[in-house]
Design a protein around this ligand. Structure first.
Ligand code: SAH
Length: 554
C-alpha cells in the first residue's frame, strides 16, 4: 500500500461509528466518511454511497468500508476496469467481528487485512490461494523491491501451487517467514538481482540498490541514464534515487528526469560516503548500496514548505491538494487551534502548534525545518494569502540571504476564505464588486484603514471585514461603522458570520442601522452590502441575501 495515502473509513450508519473510531486509532491519518443525515460528527460526509465509493476508488484511496461486502461489491462493480493500479478495498463488519479483503491484492490489501485483524482481534478472511499456502504474496514484495514482470510472477505462483519447487538466488529477507517449497535444486527460481534477465522459469525481483549520481544537468538526463543502465545490463527498476551534490535546490532538468524515472531526487554533502561506482558516463555514475534500506538512507530530499489554507474549519471545505500536503507532511506548524482543526495526525508526524503570534519567527522555523529536507506544512485558517501566513512567509524569504531557504520547494495552496464561506451561507452578498478589509491596526496605521473605508464606501463596494474587533482593539469597529453610516443608508444589509463551518456556526442578517459592536467578536466576519444588496424570505425560515450582478443605470 502507498504508505502516504491514508485509508478512508466509510460508514453508512451511526451504529458503525464505534468500530470506525477503533479502526481510526490504528490509522490516525484516516478520516471517517459518513452518510449525510444519518451520521453526525465525522470528518467527512457524503450524499450517495456507491458514487462516493467509486470516487475514492478512482482516486486510488484505500477503502475500509464498515458494511456488508455485497454492498461494496455492487457499488464498485462499474468501476472495476482492469486489475492494474487499484487501491486496497476491505469490508469490515459493523461490529468489528470480520475483516474481508476484497480488492487490491497487488496494493497490499491482505497486509492491511492482517494489520486490521490483529488490531480488532479477529482472523482476517484471506482467500488468495498463493498467499494462504505460502504465507506471503510473492507478487507484492515489500518496499525497496520491485517485481520485474507481473505475468511471469503469476505463472510462477501457479507453478508452485502445482507442486514445483523453488530455489532462491540473492537476498530476500522477507521470505524467511514464508512457507515456500524451497529446495536448492528447485525447478523454478526466484532471483533478487539488480541485473536485467529474461530466463524462463525465473522470477526476477529487483532490489532498489542503485544510486545515480549526476553532476551534469543537461537535458535528457533520463535518456542518458537509461543508456548507461542498458550498457551495464542493469534494470531501471533497481534505481533507488538520483543524487546531486550540494544543498537542496531547484534543478528542473534533474527533477524532470527523476519524475520520468519515478525515483526521488536526493542531495548529498559529498561523495565521500558513497559506495564505489559500478559504471560511469560523463556527468553520471552508478553506485550500488548493500541493501534497499542503506540506499534509502543516503542523501536527503529537497525540503518542501507548503503554506496551506484549511478553509473555515470543516473537512469538506478543505481542498484535496491541502489534504494531500497534510498527509505527506513530516512537520505541521501553525496556530494551535487551526493545526488541530486540520488533524488528526499520525504518530510519525511532528506537530508544532503554538500560541506564538510572531509570524516571522514561525516562518523562520518552517524554513529551517524544510532546509533540513523535511516536508513542512504551515497551516492558516481560510486562505493563507488573506491576512494570514503566506505573506509572512514571503516576507521572511525575501529578507533572507540563506541559500538553503531559497532552495526549499515552496508552494502556497489556497483555501476558502471566511468572507467567501460566510457569503455562501447567506446567499450571494458578494455577487458584485467587493473588497476585503482587515480592521486590525496592529500592522497598519488606523488612518490608512479610515481612508480605505471612506473610498470603498464612496465607491459603493460591498465589504467584508476581517479582524473586526478584539479585547486589544475595542473602539475601532464603532469608529468604522460611524464612517460607513456617512455613506450608506441605515437599511443597508449586513451579514454576520460567526464560526462559519465550525460546530458553533451562527449566521445573522440585519440592517446597518441595527449593527452595534457588541454583536461582533473576533470570530465574526462582517459583510456590509452595497446600496444594491437585497434580501427575500427563504423557505423554511430566514432569508437569502444577495447583491445583483447588474447595476441600475444613471
Ligand atoms: N486567513 C483567514 C483570515 C484570518 S484573519 C481567512 O482567509 O479566512 C482572522 C479573521 O477572519 C477573524 O477575526 C474573523 O473575522 C475571520 N474568520 C476566520 N475564520 C472564520 C470563520 N470560520 N467564521 C467567521 N469568521 C472567520
Amino acid at each position: 500500500m502507498d504508505t502516504l495515502k491514508s485509508p478512508a473509513i466509510v460508514i453508512l450508519a451511526a451504529s458503525a461509528l464505534a468500530t470506525a473510531r477503533r479502526v481510526q486509532q490504528r490509522y490516525p491519518g484516516a478520516e471517517i466518511h459518513g452518510l449525510r443525515g444519518r451520521v453526525e460528527g465525522v470528518e467527512r460526509s457524503y450524499r450517495e454511497f456507491a458514487e462516493h465509493l467509486r470516487g475514492l476508488y478512482r482516486a486510488g484511496t484505500p477503502i475500509i468500508a464498515l458494511c456488508a461486502a455485497g454492498i461494496v461489491i455492487r457499488s464498485l462493480a462499474p468501476a472495476l476496469a482492469g486489475k492494474g493500479a487499484e487501491p486496497p478495498v476491505l469490508a469490515v463488519a459493523e461490529d468489528g467481528s470480520a475483516v474481508v479483503p476484497l480488492l487490491g491484492g497487488l496494493a497490499g490489501v491482505n497486509r492491511l487485512a492482517r494489520e486490521l485483524g490483529g488490531w480488532l482481534a479477529v482472523a482476517p478472511a484471506i482467500t488468495t490461494s498463493g498467499e494462504l499456502r505460502f504465507g506471503t504474496c510473492l507478487l507484492d514484495p515489500p518496499s525497496g523491491y520491485v517485481l520485474a514482470d507481473l505475468e511471469q510472477g503469476k505463472r510462477l505462483v501457479s507453478d508452485l501451487l502445482g507442486g514445483a519447487r523453488l530455489r532462491v538466488e540473492g537476498e530476500a529477507p522477507w521470505l524467511e517467514q514464508a512457507r515456500l517449497p524451497l529446495h536448492p535444486e528447485g525447478e523454478r527460481c526466484l532471483r533478487i538481482d539488480v541485473a536485467l534477465g529474461n530466463e524462463d522459469e525465473t522470477l526476477l525481483i529487483h532490489p532498489r540498490l542503485l544510486l545515480a549520481r549526476c553532476s551534469d544537468f543537461a537535458d535528457d538526463l533520463a535518456g542518458r541514464l537509461r543508456d548507461l543502465l542498458a550498457t551495464a545490463e542493469l534494470a531501471e527498476q533497481a534505481l533507488a534515487a538520483l543524487l546531486v551534490e550540494g544543498p537542496g535546490r531547484s534543478l528542473p532538468a534533474v527533477e524532470r528526469a527523476a519524475c520520468e524515472l519515478g525515483v526521488p531526487l536526493r542531495f548529498i554533502e559529498s561523495t565521500a560516503g558513497l559506495p564505489p561506482a559500478r559504471c560511469e558516463a560523463p556527468g553520471l555514475s552508478l553506485h550500488q548500496a548493500a541493501s534497499p534500506a542503506a540506499a534509502a538512507a543516503i542523501g536527503r530530499p529537497r525540503g518542501r514548505l507548503s503554506v496551506v489554507g484549511i478553509g473555515p474549519g470543516c473537512a469538506d471545505l478543505l481542498a484535496p491538494a491541502v489534504r494531500r500536503a497534510l498527509d505527506e507532511a513530516g512537520d505541521v506548524l501553525g496556530y494551535e487551534t487551526y493545526v488541530s482543526m486540520a488533524g488528526p495526525y499520525r504518530a510519525d508526524q511532528r506537530v508544532h502548534g503554538s500560541d506564538n503570534r510572531e509570524e516571522l519567527q514561525r516562518a523562520a522555523h518552517a524554513f529551517e525545518l524544510a532546509a533540513e529536507g523535511r516536508r513542512v506544512v504551515m497551516v492558516s485558517s481560510g486562505d493563507p494569502g488573506v491576512f494570514a501566513m503566506a505573506a509572512a512567509v514571503m516576507e521572511a524569504l525575501e529578507a533572507s540571504g540563506d541559500a538553503r531557504w531559497h532552495g526549499v520547494e515552496l508552494e502556497v495552496l489556497p483555501g476558502i476564505s471566511a468572507a467567501l464561506a460566510t457569503a455562501a451561507r447567506a446567499g450571494a452578498p458578494l455577487g458584485h464588486d467587493f473588497c476585503l478589509i482587515s480592521l486590525s491596526d496592529n500592522l497598519k496605521p488606523w488612518a490608512v484603514i479610515e481612508k480605505r473605508l471612506q473610498h470603498a464606501a464612496a465607491a459603493d463596494l460591498a465589504m467584508a471585514f476581517y479582524n473586526p474587533i478584539s479585547r486589544a482593539r475595542p473602539w475601532q469597529l464603532g469608529r468604522a461603522l460611524d464612517l460607513l453610516r456617512q455613506h450608506r443608508a441605515p437599511q443597508t444589509l449586513v451579514v454576520l458570520g460567526r464560526d462559519i463551518g465550525r460546530p458553533a456556526e451562527a449566521l445573522r442578517v440585519l440592517a446597518l442601522g441595527e449593527l452595534t459592536p457588541e454583536l461582533v467578536d473576533m470570530r465574526t466576519l462582517v459583510i456590509v452590502g452595497s446600496s444594491q444588496t437585497r434580501r427575500f424570505p427563504r423557505q423554511g425560515g430566514g432569508e437569502w441575501v444577495y447583491t445583483p450582478r447588474w447595476y441600475p443605470g444613471e
